[in-house]
Design a protein around this ligand. Structure first.
Ligand code: AMP
Length: 471
Protein backbone atom coordinates (compact mmCIF):
# COMPACT_ATOMS: atom_id res chain seq x y z
CA UNK A 1 0.00 0.00 0.00
CA UNK A 2 1.22 3.46 -0.84
CA UNK A 3 0.02 7.04 -1.12
CA UNK A 4 0.22 9.22 -4.21
CA UNK A 5 -0.23 12.93 -4.80
CA UNK A 6 0.09 15.07 -7.91
CA UNK A 7 -0.50 18.82 -8.04
CA UNK A 8 -0.65 21.29 -10.91
CA UNK A 9 -0.42 24.49 -8.88
CA UNK A 10 1.62 27.66 -8.66
CA UNK A 11 5.38 28.19 -8.61
CA UNK A 12 6.57 26.63 -5.35
CA UNK A 13 4.22 23.66 -5.60
CA UNK A 14 6.88 21.60 -3.78
CA UNK A 15 5.79 23.00 -0.39
CA UNK A 16 2.21 21.98 -1.07
CA UNK A 17 3.21 18.48 -2.19
CA UNK A 18 5.41 18.09 0.89
CA UNK A 19 2.64 19.01 3.31
CA UNK A 20 0.17 16.92 1.30
CA UNK A 21 2.42 13.86 1.58
CA UNK A 22 2.39 14.27 5.34
CA UNK A 23 -1.39 13.80 5.31
CA UNK A 24 -1.03 10.37 3.67
CA UNK A 25 2.08 9.28 5.59
CA UNK A 26 0.02 6.51 7.23
CA UNK A 27 -0.19 4.80 3.80
CA UNK A 28 3.52 4.06 3.62
CA UNK A 29 6.61 4.59 5.71
CA UNK A 30 9.32 2.73 3.78
CA UNK A 31 10.28 5.59 1.49
CA UNK A 32 9.12 8.99 0.27
CA UNK A 33 9.85 11.05 -2.82
CA UNK A 34 8.89 14.13 -4.81
CA UNK A 35 9.53 15.05 -8.43
CA UNK A 36 8.79 18.55 -9.76
CA UNK A 37 9.16 19.90 -13.25
CA UNK A 38 10.95 23.08 -14.19
CA UNK A 39 12.95 22.66 -17.39
CA UNK A 40 14.11 19.30 -16.13
CA UNK A 41 12.79 16.92 -13.51
CA UNK A 42 13.96 17.83 -10.01
CA UNK A 43 14.00 14.65 -7.96
CA UNK A 44 14.43 13.82 -4.31
CA UNK A 45 13.75 10.40 -2.84
CA UNK A 46 14.87 8.60 0.26
CA UNK A 47 14.15 5.84 2.73
CA UNK A 48 11.94 6.54 5.73
CA UNK A 49 9.27 9.07 6.62
CA UNK A 50 8.52 12.22 4.60
CA UNK A 51 10.00 14.51 7.25
CA UNK A 52 13.14 12.37 7.47
CA UNK A 53 13.70 12.37 3.70
CA UNK A 54 13.15 16.13 3.39
CA UNK A 55 14.81 17.08 6.69
CA UNK A 56 17.72 18.73 4.86
CA UNK A 57 15.43 21.57 3.75
CA UNK A 58 15.80 20.94 0.01
CA UNK A 59 13.28 22.76 -2.14
CA UNK A 60 12.43 21.65 -5.68
CA UNK A 61 11.31 24.32 -8.19
CA UNK A 62 8.24 24.33 -10.46
CA UNK A 63 4.46 24.53 -10.63
CA UNK A 64 3.74 20.89 -11.26
CA UNK A 65 4.91 17.75 -9.51
CA UNK A 66 4.08 14.42 -7.93
CA UNK A 67 4.91 12.77 -4.63
CA UNK A 68 4.80 9.29 -3.17
CA UNK A 69 4.96 7.46 0.15
CA UNK A 70 5.76 3.77 -0.10
CA UNK A 71 4.80 0.65 1.79
CA UNK A 72 6.54 -2.07 -0.18
CA UNK A 73 4.18 -4.69 -1.58
CA UNK A 74 6.27 -5.51 -4.64
CA UNK A 75 10.05 -5.47 -4.70
CA UNK A 76 12.51 -4.86 -1.90
CA UNK A 77 12.31 -1.89 0.45
CA UNK A 78 15.59 -0.48 -0.96
CA UNK A 79 16.15 3.02 -2.31
CA UNK A 80 16.15 1.77 -5.92
CA UNK A 81 12.42 1.09 -5.55
CA UNK A 82 11.55 4.47 -4.01
CA UNK A 83 9.13 6.44 -6.17
CA UNK A 84 8.40 8.54 -8.24
CA UNK A 85 10.06 6.73 -11.14
CA UNK A 86 11.32 8.76 -14.11
CA UNK A 87 12.22 8.03 -17.74
CA UNK A 88 13.37 10.50 -20.36
CA UNK A 89 12.14 8.99 -23.60
CA UNK A 90 10.03 9.69 -25.71
CA UNK A 91 9.14 12.46 -23.23
CA UNK A 92 10.23 13.17 -19.73
CA UNK A 93 7.83 11.01 -17.75
CA UNK A 94 7.62 10.92 -13.94
CA UNK A 95 5.24 8.42 -12.42
CA UNK A 96 4.14 7.06 -9.04
CA UNK A 97 1.51 4.52 -8.10
CA UNK A 98 -0.40 2.80 -5.35
CA UNK A 99 -1.35 -0.84 -5.82
CA UNK A 100 0.01 -4.06 -7.20
CA UNK A 101 0.45 -5.36 -10.73
CA UNK A 102 -0.57 -9.01 -10.92
CA UNK A 103 0.91 -9.90 -14.34
CA UNK A 104 4.28 -8.65 -13.09
CA UNK A 105 6.35 -11.59 -14.42
CA UNK A 106 4.75 -11.55 -17.89
CA UNK A 107 5.27 -7.79 -18.26
CA UNK A 108 8.86 -7.99 -17.03
CA UNK A 109 9.59 -10.76 -19.46
CA UNK A 110 8.04 -8.98 -22.44
CA UNK A 111 9.73 -5.64 -21.64
CA UNK A 112 13.17 -7.18 -21.34
CA UNK A 113 12.91 -9.86 -24.06
CA UNK A 114 10.67 -8.23 -26.68
CA UNK A 115 11.43 -4.55 -26.09
CA UNK A 116 15.04 -4.81 -24.84
CA UNK A 117 14.51 -2.57 -21.82
CA UNK A 118 17.06 -2.82 -19.07
CA UNK A 119 14.89 -2.80 -15.98
CA UNK A 120 16.52 -1.03 -13.05
CA UNK A 121 14.16 -1.82 -10.21
CA UNK A 122 12.08 -4.68 -8.85
CA UNK A 123 9.06 -2.42 -8.49
CA UNK A 124 5.94 -2.60 -10.60
CA UNK A 125 5.89 1.17 -11.25
CA UNK A 126 8.71 0.67 -13.74
CA UNK A 127 6.51 -1.77 -15.66
CA UNK A 128 3.57 0.65 -15.77
CA UNK A 129 5.87 3.51 -16.82
CA UNK A 130 7.43 1.50 -19.66
CA UNK A 131 4.01 0.33 -20.87
CA UNK A 132 3.10 4.01 -21.05
CA UNK A 133 6.33 4.72 -22.95
CA UNK A 134 5.55 1.93 -25.46
CA UNK A 135 2.03 3.31 -25.95
CA UNK A 136 3.24 6.93 -26.34
CA UNK A 137 5.99 5.96 -28.79
CA UNK A 138 3.34 4.89 -31.29
CA UNK A 139 1.82 8.37 -31.40
CA UNK A 140 2.86 11.44 -33.38
CA UNK A 141 5.27 12.88 -30.87
CA UNK A 142 5.07 16.40 -32.35
CA UNK A 143 1.32 16.68 -31.94
CA UNK A 144 0.43 14.81 -28.80
CA UNK A 145 -3.21 15.63 -27.95
CA UNK A 146 -5.27 14.77 -24.86
CA UNK A 147 -6.95 12.09 -27.00
CA UNK A 148 -3.53 10.55 -27.78
CA UNK A 149 -2.68 10.58 -24.10
CA UNK A 150 -5.97 8.92 -23.15
CA UNK A 151 -5.55 6.30 -25.87
CA UNK A 152 -2.06 5.56 -24.58
CA UNK A 153 -3.42 5.20 -21.05
CA UNK A 154 -6.14 2.87 -22.30
CA UNK A 155 -3.47 0.64 -23.83
CA UNK A 156 -1.74 0.57 -20.45
CA UNK A 157 -5.04 -0.27 -18.73
CA UNK A 158 -5.57 -3.18 -21.13
CA UNK A 159 -2.05 -4.57 -20.68
CA UNK A 160 -1.40 -4.02 -17.00
CA UNK A 161 -3.48 -6.28 -14.76
CA UNK A 162 -4.19 -5.90 -11.05
CA UNK A 163 -4.82 -2.84 -8.91
CA UNK A 164 -3.26 0.55 -9.49
CA UNK A 165 -3.89 4.24 -9.02
CA UNK A 166 -1.28 6.31 -10.85
CA UNK A 167 -0.17 9.94 -10.94
CA UNK A 168 2.27 11.15 -13.58
CA UNK A 169 3.78 14.21 -15.20
CA UNK A 170 4.59 14.31 -18.91
CA UNK A 171 7.18 17.07 -19.36
CA UNK A 172 5.87 19.83 -21.59
CA UNK A 173 2.31 18.49 -21.50
CA UNK A 174 0.82 18.24 -18.04
CA UNK A 175 -0.34 16.19 -15.09
CA UNK A 176 -2.19 12.87 -15.32
CA UNK A 177 -3.97 10.48 -13.05
CA UNK A 178 -5.46 7.11 -13.91
CA UNK A 179 -6.81 3.97 -12.32
CA UNK A 180 -6.64 0.32 -13.32
CA UNK A 181 -9.65 -1.88 -14.06
CA UNK A 182 -12.30 -1.98 -11.29
CA UNK A 183 -10.86 1.01 -9.37
CA UNK A 184 -9.58 -1.20 -6.55
CA UNK A 185 -7.27 1.51 -5.20
CA UNK A 186 -8.49 5.04 -4.43
CA UNK A 187 -7.78 8.17 -6.45
CA UNK A 188 -9.47 11.55 -6.06
CA UNK A 189 -9.34 14.83 -7.91
CA UNK A 190 -9.62 18.20 -6.20
CA UNK A 191 -9.68 21.78 -7.42
CA UNK A 192 -8.63 25.07 -5.81
CA UNK A 193 -9.21 27.98 -8.18
CA UNK A 194 -7.25 27.07 -11.28
CA UNK A 195 -5.13 24.44 -9.54
CA UNK A 196 -5.69 20.70 -9.40
CA UNK A 197 -4.62 17.98 -7.00
CA UNK A 198 -4.87 14.22 -7.51
CA UNK A 199 -4.49 12.19 -4.32
CA UNK A 200 -5.15 8.87 -2.55
CA UNK A 201 -7.38 10.33 0.16
CA UNK A 202 -9.77 13.25 0.61
CA UNK A 203 -8.00 14.19 3.82
CA UNK A 204 -5.19 15.67 1.66
CA UNK A 205 -7.73 17.87 -0.12
CA UNK A 206 -9.16 19.04 3.23
CA UNK A 207 -5.73 20.01 4.54
CA UNK A 208 -4.62 21.75 1.36
CA UNK A 209 -7.95 23.55 0.83
CA UNK A 210 -8.99 21.78 -2.40
CA UNK A 211 -12.60 20.97 -3.18
CA UNK A 212 -13.34 17.39 -4.24
CA UNK A 213 -14.51 17.36 -7.85
CA UNK A 214 -14.19 13.73 -8.87
CA UNK A 215 -13.56 10.28 -7.44
CA UNK A 216 -12.10 7.84 -9.95
CA UNK A 217 -13.87 4.63 -10.86
CA UNK A 218 -12.05 1.83 -12.70
CA UNK A 219 -10.23 2.56 -15.99
CA UNK A 220 -10.63 6.31 -15.67
CA UNK A 221 -8.08 9.00 -16.43
CA UNK A 222 -7.71 12.73 -16.07
CA UNK A 223 -5.27 15.01 -17.80
CA UNK A 224 -4.56 18.62 -16.84
CA UNK A 225 -2.68 20.37 -19.60
CA UNK A 226 -0.18 23.21 -19.21
CA UNK A 227 -3.01 25.77 -19.52
CA UNK A 228 -4.76 23.99 -16.60
CA UNK A 229 -7.47 22.73 -18.90
CA UNK A 230 -9.03 19.58 -17.40
CA UNK A 231 -9.83 16.52 -19.54
CA UNK A 232 -11.54 13.40 -18.27
CA UNK A 233 -11.79 9.99 -19.95
CA UNK A 234 -14.01 7.14 -18.78
CA UNK A 235 -12.14 4.34 -20.58
CA UNK A 236 -13.52 0.83 -20.91
CA UNK A 237 -16.42 0.09 -18.55
CA UNK A 238 -15.44 -2.18 -15.68
CA UNK A 239 -17.32 -3.51 -12.68
CA UNK A 240 -16.43 -1.44 -9.59
CA UNK A 241 -14.51 -3.33 -6.90
CA UNK A 242 -13.13 -0.85 -4.39
CA UNK A 243 -10.97 -2.45 -1.67
CA UNK A 244 -12.88 -2.81 1.61
CA UNK A 245 -9.64 -2.94 3.60
CA UNK A 246 -9.06 0.70 2.63
CA UNK A 247 -12.07 1.68 4.71
CA UNK A 248 -11.50 -0.87 7.47
CA UNK A 249 -7.81 -0.25 8.09
CA UNK A 250 -5.67 1.73 5.68
CA UNK A 251 -7.38 5.05 5.20
CA UNK A 252 -7.71 7.77 7.77
CA UNK A 253 -11.05 7.97 9.54
CA UNK A 254 -11.60 11.53 8.28
CA UNK A 255 -11.29 10.45 4.64
CA UNK A 256 -14.30 9.88 2.41
CA UNK A 257 -14.75 7.23 -0.25
CA UNK A 258 -17.80 7.17 -2.52
CA UNK A 259 -19.14 10.13 -0.51
CA UNK A 260 -19.11 8.13 2.71
CA UNK A 261 -16.97 9.03 5.70
CA UNK A 262 -14.58 6.21 6.65
CA UNK A 263 -15.38 6.76 10.36
CA UNK A 264 -19.09 6.28 9.64
CA UNK A 265 -18.44 3.03 7.73
CA UNK A 266 -16.41 1.69 10.65
CA UNK A 267 -19.13 2.70 13.08
CA UNK A 268 -21.78 0.96 10.93
CA UNK A 269 -19.72 -2.23 10.98
CA UNK A 270 -19.52 -1.92 14.78
CA UNK A 271 -23.31 -1.63 15.05
CA UNK A 272 -23.66 -4.88 13.09
CA UNK A 273 -21.04 -6.56 15.28
CA UNK A 274 -23.10 -5.69 18.36
CA UNK A 275 -25.70 -8.34 17.51
CA UNK A 276 -23.03 -11.06 17.75
CA UNK A 277 -22.66 -10.18 21.44
CA UNK A 278 -26.38 -10.54 22.00
CA UNK A 279 -26.46 -13.83 20.07
CA UNK A 280 -23.55 -15.28 22.05
CA UNK A 281 -24.87 -13.97 25.37
CA UNK A 282 -21.75 -11.87 26.02
CA UNK A 283 -22.12 -8.91 28.38
CA UNK A 284 -18.88 -6.94 28.57
CA UNK A 285 -18.53 -4.20 31.22
CA UNK A 286 -16.60 -1.95 28.86
CA UNK A 287 -15.58 -1.80 25.18
CA UNK A 288 -12.05 -0.68 24.33
CA UNK A 289 -10.26 -0.20 21.01
CA UNK A 290 -6.76 -1.19 19.94
CA UNK A 291 -5.69 2.32 18.94
CA UNK A 292 -6.55 3.71 16.66
CA UNK A 293 -8.02 2.31 13.44
CA UNK A 294 -10.79 0.42 15.26
CA UNK A 295 -11.96 3.33 17.44
CA UNK A 296 -15.14 4.06 15.46
CA UNK A 297 -15.99 0.38 15.15
CA UNK A 298 -15.67 0.06 18.94
CA UNK A 299 -17.87 3.14 19.31
CA UNK A 300 -20.56 1.56 17.10
CA UNK A 301 -20.59 -1.60 19.25
CA UNK A 302 -20.65 0.41 22.48
CA UNK A 303 -23.52 2.67 21.40
CA UNK A 304 -25.59 -0.18 20.06
CA UNK A 305 -25.15 -2.24 23.24
CA UNK A 306 -25.37 0.74 25.59
CA UNK A 307 -22.02 -0.20 27.18
CA UNK A 308 -19.32 2.41 27.98
CA UNK A 309 -16.48 2.90 25.50
CA UNK A 310 -13.17 3.45 27.33
CA UNK A 311 -9.58 4.14 26.27
CA UNK A 312 -8.04 1.19 28.08
CA UNK A 313 -5.06 0.78 25.75
CA UNK A 314 -2.50 3.44 24.98
CA UNK A 315 -0.33 3.26 21.88
CA UNK A 316 3.21 4.49 21.54
CA UNK A 317 3.14 6.22 18.16
CA UNK A 318 6.92 6.27 17.87
CA UNK A 319 7.41 2.52 17.55
CA UNK A 320 7.87 1.42 13.93
CA UNK A 321 5.54 -0.87 12.07
CA UNK A 322 5.52 -4.20 13.92
CA UNK A 323 3.55 -5.83 11.12
CA UNK A 324 6.36 -5.66 8.59
CA UNK A 325 9.23 -6.33 10.97
CA UNK A 326 11.44 -9.26 10.04
CA UNK A 327 11.00 -12.43 12.00
CA UNK A 328 8.32 -13.38 14.49
CA UNK A 329 10.59 -12.65 17.50
CA UNK A 330 11.20 -9.10 16.28
CA UNK A 331 7.48 -8.57 15.59
CA UNK A 332 6.58 -9.76 19.09
CA UNK A 333 9.20 -7.45 20.60
CA UNK A 334 7.82 -4.43 18.74
CA UNK A 335 4.18 -5.27 19.52
CA UNK A 336 5.15 -5.42 23.21
CA UNK A 337 6.67 -1.96 23.04
CA UNK A 338 3.68 -0.58 21.19
CA UNK A 339 0.81 -0.87 23.66
CA UNK A 340 0.23 -0.35 27.35
CA UNK A 341 -2.98 -1.10 29.22
CA UNK A 342 -4.36 1.09 32.01
CA UNK A 343 -5.02 -1.18 35.04
CA UNK A 344 -7.41 1.33 36.65
CA UNK A 345 -9.69 0.97 33.64
CA UNK A 346 -9.19 -2.75 33.01
CA UNK A 347 -9.04 -4.42 36.43
CA UNK A 348 -11.81 -6.86 37.36
CA UNK A 349 -13.78 -6.09 34.22
CA UNK A 350 -15.09 -8.14 31.34
CA UNK A 351 -13.49 -6.38 28.39
CA UNK A 352 -14.47 -6.45 24.73
CA UNK A 353 -11.41 -5.30 22.83
CA UNK A 354 -11.71 -4.36 19.16
CA UNK A 355 -8.92 -4.42 16.55
CA UNK A 356 -9.33 -3.81 12.82
CA UNK A 357 -8.07 -7.26 11.81
CA UNK A 358 -6.28 -10.42 12.84
CA UNK A 359 -3.59 -11.53 10.41
CA UNK A 360 -0.90 -13.62 12.09
CA UNK A 361 -2.48 -13.13 15.51
CA UNK A 362 0.66 -11.54 17.01
CA UNK A 363 -1.18 -8.40 18.14
CA UNK A 364 -4.30 -10.20 19.37
CA UNK A 365 -2.29 -12.66 21.48
CA UNK A 366 -0.23 -9.90 23.03
CA UNK A 367 -3.22 -7.64 23.77
CA UNK A 368 -5.23 -10.42 25.41
CA UNK A 369 -2.21 -11.35 27.56
CA UNK A 370 -1.62 -7.72 28.51
CA UNK A 371 -5.24 -7.11 29.49
CA UNK A 372 -5.24 -10.22 31.66
CA UNK A 373 -1.95 -9.20 33.25
CA UNK A 374 -3.61 -5.87 34.18
CA UNK A 375 -6.42 -7.73 35.89
CA UNK A 376 -9.13 -8.17 33.24
CA UNK A 377 -11.69 -10.76 34.37
CA UNK A 378 -12.56 -11.89 30.84
CA UNK A 379 -11.45 -10.75 27.40
CA UNK A 380 -13.63 -10.93 24.27
CA UNK A 381 -11.52 -10.19 21.21
CA UNK A 382 -13.34 -8.56 18.31
CA UNK A 383 -11.99 -8.28 14.79
CA UNK A 384 -13.60 -5.45 12.78
CA UNK A 385 -12.98 -7.38 9.59
CA UNK A 386 -14.25 -10.87 8.70
CA UNK A 387 -12.05 -13.95 8.80
CA UNK A 388 -8.95 -13.23 6.74
CA UNK A 389 -8.25 -16.39 4.76
CA UNK A 390 -7.16 -15.52 1.24
CA UNK A 391 -4.01 -13.75 0.05
CA UNK A 392 -4.35 -10.24 -1.29
CA UNK A 393 -2.57 -9.74 -4.60
CA UNK A 394 -3.68 -6.11 -4.92
CA UNK A 395 -1.32 -4.40 -2.51
CA UNK A 396 -2.15 -5.43 1.05
CA UNK A 397 0.88 -7.69 1.17
CA UNK A 398 -0.42 -10.60 3.19
CA UNK A 399 0.24 -14.10 1.93
CA UNK A 400 -1.77 -17.18 2.83
CA UNK A 401 1.19 -18.69 4.64
CA UNK A 402 1.09 -15.82 7.16
CA UNK A 403 -2.60 -15.98 8.04
CA UNK A 404 -3.43 -17.54 11.36
CA UNK A 405 -6.74 -18.83 9.97
CA UNK A 406 -5.21 -20.53 6.96
CA UNK A 407 -4.75 -23.81 8.81
CA UNK A 408 -6.83 -23.24 11.93
CA UNK A 409 -10.44 -22.91 12.99
CA UNK A 410 -11.78 -19.84 14.80
CA UNK A 411 -11.92 -21.93 17.99
CA UNK A 412 -8.21 -22.83 17.57
CA UNK A 413 -7.40 -19.13 17.20
CA UNK A 414 -9.49 -18.18 20.24
CA UNK A 415 -7.57 -20.67 22.35
CA UNK A 416 -4.25 -19.62 20.89
CA UNK A 417 -4.76 -15.92 21.70
CA UNK A 418 -6.16 -16.83 25.12
CA UNK A 419 -9.50 -14.98 24.85
CA UNK A 420 -12.82 -16.09 26.38
CA UNK A 421 -14.54 -15.25 23.09
CA UNK A 422 -13.53 -14.31 19.57
CA UNK A 423 -15.91 -12.40 17.35
CA UNK A 424 -15.73 -11.70 13.63
CA UNK A 425 -18.34 -10.02 11.43
CA UNK A 426 -19.79 -12.31 8.77
CA UNK A 427 -19.38 -11.66 5.06
CA UNK A 428 -23.07 -10.65 5.05
CA UNK A 429 -22.34 -7.99 7.71
CA UNK A 430 -19.47 -6.74 5.60
CA UNK A 431 -21.58 -6.55 2.44
CA UNK A 432 -24.27 -4.64 4.31
CA UNK A 433 -21.81 -1.81 4.85
CA UNK A 434 -19.79 -2.32 1.66
CA UNK A 435 -22.15 -3.55 -1.09
CA UNK A 436 -20.79 -6.70 -2.71
CA UNK A 437 -21.36 -5.50 -6.28
CA UNK A 438 -19.15 -2.46 -5.72
CA UNK A 439 -16.31 -3.76 -3.55
CA UNK A 440 -13.37 -6.14 -3.53
CA UNK A 441 -13.40 -8.35 -0.44
CA UNK A 442 -11.21 -11.06 -1.98
CA UNK A 443 -9.05 -11.51 1.14
CA UNK A 444 -12.21 -12.52 3.04
CA UNK A 445 -14.29 -14.18 0.33
CA UNK A 446 -11.72 -15.58 -2.11
CA UNK A 447 -13.61 -13.90 -4.98
CA UNK A 448 -11.03 -11.94 -6.96
CA UNK A 449 -12.37 -9.22 -9.27
CA UNK A 450 -9.55 -9.27 -11.87
CA UNK A 451 -8.20 -11.84 -14.28
CA UNK A 452 -5.50 -13.85 -12.48
CA UNK A 453 -3.16 -16.47 -13.89
CA UNK A 454 -3.13 -19.80 -12.07
CA UNK A 455 0.40 -19.28 -10.81
CA UNK A 456 -0.13 -15.73 -9.53
CA UNK A 457 -0.25 -16.76 -5.85
CA UNK A 458 2.92 -18.86 -5.94
CA UNK A 459 4.71 -16.15 -7.96
CA UNK A 460 3.58 -13.48 -5.48
CA UNK A 461 4.83 -15.60 -2.58
CA UNK A 462 8.18 -16.26 -4.28
CA UNK A 463 8.55 -12.56 -5.09
CA UNK A 464 7.85 -11.71 -1.44
CA UNK A 465 10.54 -14.14 -0.26
CA UNK A 466 13.07 -12.91 -2.87
CA UNK A 467 12.42 -9.29 -1.94
CA UNK A 468 12.92 -10.09 1.76
CA UNK A 469 9.32 -9.35 2.78
CA UNK A 470 8.54 -12.95 3.84
CA UNK A 471 10.62 -15.48 5.76
P1 AMP B 1 -1.22 -9.47 13.31
O1 AMP B 1 -0.62 -8.93 14.54
O2 AMP B 1 -0.25 -10.14 12.38
O3 AMP B 1 -2.46 -10.31 13.53
O4 AMP B 1 -1.72 -8.22 12.42
C1 AMP B 1 -2.83 -7.49 12.78
C2 AMP B 1 -2.46 -6.08 13.11
O5 AMP B 1 -1.66 -5.50 12.07
C3 AMP B 1 -3.70 -5.25 13.25
O6 AMP B 1 -3.56 -4.56 14.47
C4 AMP B 1 -3.67 -4.28 12.08
O7 AMP B 1 -3.88 -2.96 12.54
C5 AMP B 1 -2.32 -4.42 11.43
N1 AMP B 1 -2.41 -4.79 10.01
C6 AMP B 1 -3.30 -5.57 9.39
N2 AMP B 1 -3.02 -5.72 8.08
C7 AMP B 1 -1.90 -5.02 7.85
C8 AMP B 1 -1.10 -4.79 6.70
N3 AMP B 1 -1.36 -5.33 5.52
N4 AMP B 1 -0.01 -4.02 6.85
C9 AMP B 1 0.30 -3.49 8.04
N5 AMP B 1 -0.42 -3.67 9.16
C10 AMP B 1 -1.51 -4.42 9.08
Amino acid sequence: MCGVLGIYGNEGVFAEILSGLNTIQHRGQDSAGIVTLKGIFHIKKGLGLVNEVFRDGSVLPGKCGIGHVRYATQGSTGLENAQPFTVNYPFGLAMAHNGNVTNFEALRHSLSQDHHRLLETTSDIELIAYQMVLALEKRDLHKLSPTDIFEAIQEVQKTVEGAYAVVAVIAGFGLLGFTGPHGIRPLLLGRKGQNYAITSETTTLDYLGYELVHEFEGNESVFIDKNRELYLSKGQASKPAFCVFESIYFAREDSRFKNRLVAAQREALGRLLAKHFTREGLKPDIIIDVPSSSYFCAQGIAEELGIPLRRGLVKNNYIGRSFIAHGQKQREKLVKQKHNAISEIIKDKRIAVVDDSIVRGTTAKHIVGLLKQRGAKEVYFVSASPQLKHPCVYGIDVSEKEMILSERTVEDVRKLIGAEALIYPTLEDLYEVFPKNKHCAACFSGEYPTRLSSEVFSLAEREKINAGRLE
